[in-house]
Design a protein around this ligand. Structure first.
Ligand SMILES: [Mn+2]
Length: 242
């Protein structure tokens, strides 16, 4: 079995909310651990993560321990960076055996071809401000300068403030018009590539689009914990968790 989840936003909200999300995510990982061949964490797993050469954010020990344990057992943990955790470098790979991907992936699982991506930074040509921020935030030079010049406590305060304002700009749970750019992206991509299923996060809207291409959008865990499951026969489905 293959499992997919995105937009957990660990650490978001007040301490009680953040702990409840972490416990829910931990329970899900413990549950799928029985039959998971691989787990795909499709971006924004952390509400904010900035990694220095020798310093990482506090917290998340249950989740990191669980992921390390699963990886040690031979379960493949594949992590796509999202727009909230794009500054992950090598800590999670070295410490927990997690595969980090900063770009979308076209892969074959259970005999099906899947295109997997967080969904930010795609089809944003008409949004110059977003494009500028993407370029700046992804710049290696900017990241190095930031880590040299900004004290970690200040970086975390800034990051949590920025993450909070970025999440608030979503707040549109059911409006499918926000999915259109990614649906267009998928249509365009499918014209030149063979794809059975597209799997996206980012928009915080859970949706299962069937035509002309099968596109599964995962929602965020603050609205309702959810995941996508691909079984060994190649059947894919979306699940809302309790
Ligand atoms: Mn998100």
């Amino acid at each position: 079995m293959y499992y997919f989840a995105s937009d957990i936003h660990l650490g978001a909200g007040d301490a009680a909310t953040a702990r409840a999300t972490e416990q829910r995510f931990f329970a899900w990982l413990s549950d799928i651990e029985r039959d998971a061949e691989a787990v795909f964490l499709v971006g924004d797993i952390f509400d904010f993560w900035f990694e220095y050469r020798h310093v990482v954010p506090k917290g998340f020990v249950r989740i990191l321990g669980k992921l390390a344990q699963m990886s040690d057992k031979g379960i493949r943990i594949v992590f796509f960076t999202g727009n909230h955790d794009m500054w992950i470098t090598d800590y999670l790979t070295r410490e927990c055996g997690i595969e980090i991907h900063t770009e979308p992936m076209l892969t074959e699982l259970a005999g099906k071809k899947l295109f997997i991506a967080h969904g930010d930074n795609m089809n944003i040509k008409g949004q110059p401000m977003l494009r500028l921020m993407n370029t700046l935030f992804r710049s290696h030079t900017a990241r190095t300068l930031f880590s040299w010049l900004v004290h970690p406590d200040l970086a975390m305060s800034f990051g949590h403030w920025w993450s909070g304002s970025s999440r608030k700009s979503h707040g549109r749970e059911s409006d499918h018009k926000y999915l259109v750019p990614l649906i267009e992206y998928a249509d365009h991509y499918a014209a030149t590539h063979e794809v059975d299923y597209f799997v996206f996060g980012h928009m915080h809207i859970a949706a299962d689009i069937t035509a002309p291409h099968r596109i599964l959008f995962m929602g965020d865990w603050h609205t309702a914990p959810n995941c996508v499951v691909l079984d060994d026969s190649g059947t894919i489905s979306q699940k809302t968790l309790d």
